[in-house]
Design a protein around this ligand. Sequence first.
Ligand code: ADP
Length: 383
Amino acid sequence: MNSAQAKAEAHFDAVHTERLDAEQAVQSSAEEAIRCRTEIETPVEDEKPAFTPATSNDRSQNPLRPSSLDQVVGQTRAKAMMRRVIDAASGRGDILDHVLMVGPAGTGKTTFANIIAIEMGRDCYQVSAPVSFETLMGLREVMKDGDVLFIDEIHMQAVAERRGGEAMSAPEVFLQLLEDFVIATPEGMVPFPHITVIGATTDPGRLPDPFLDRFPLQPRLEAYTGAELEQIAEFSARRLGMTLMPGVARRFGEAARGTPRIVNNYLKNAGALVGPDRYVMPIIADQVLGDLNGVTEEGLTPQMQDALTFLYTRCRHKRPDGQVVYKASVNGIATAIGLSRDTKAVQLRVEPFLIQRGLVQVGSGGRALTDAGVKRAKELAHA
Ligand code: ADP
């Protein structure tokens, strides 16, 4: 047997074993899809179908999510692009091409996916990658041509990783679904509805070319400006029945690190502190930002502040040419700020915003304060 045959047989065996567990797995995959479909849990009733689309009731469950392209704040280019292709596909009676949404967490990928489905007049099903073979088979039963399948963290589907003991469908099975709307089963190919897959990723670098190439539409989410985040704060406050006193929306926007979800979180915090009149006074903004979240006015989290002060107070080196640098390894930063050498956490949650704001730069063998970083770290160290 050559290696291709061996591989095919191993794959067949894996798929077959998965099939034997189908009944139990369909049950658990149904739970997985339901768990992922909205931000708020709903009770699962026995007689409900295995998968329920999110679009029909998502708005009532998450009042903060815009429900039309016109309500989406900012993202002018992505909105214009999606408006054109949605109108064109609807006009022709066609199914929308697959869409890949790229952007950091909390910046609108799920929002766009739901809106695309609403604007196309279709149902949106929501799952998180890696999607198992059973989940795909369950979705095959309930989805209709033209429906939208939103797959969060789609980069997890592209690599043969395992998570939580549940086997994911092989990347090839998934690629074939995207391309030909069929699924390979032990009995042969079975048809899948002609759907639009909307993949979301924070990490497009982990998607290999065959994956990227199967998403003809790739709108890029742009960074939100302070003014846009302020607008989102006002919109979300209205939805939560609160009134923001002058200056509060601006402060929440400025401290949100360019992320709408963080604005919403500040508002939810404020909602827990306001009185019965639901007015958010500046003192409440102080409590939300300072006491509850420990962030600075520009949104530096306690860990980011610790990283800056660590570099400034403990990592001063004089180079042979006399120049002073403040530099440490990522490992050293992780240990110093209490992340027990978890360098990934530093790379994901601490340094991107510091680099983006020009406070830290990546250098050979570590991270160093820029001139602006030295100035800010000095202020923090003396605060
Ligand atoms: P992601 O899927 O990228 O993690 P979401 O789409 O879930 O982010 O966005 C989180 C929340 O932020 C949404 O529920 C919505 O309230 C708000 N939001 C995100 N993008 C926008 C936007 N462009 N305009 C208005 N609100 C937004």
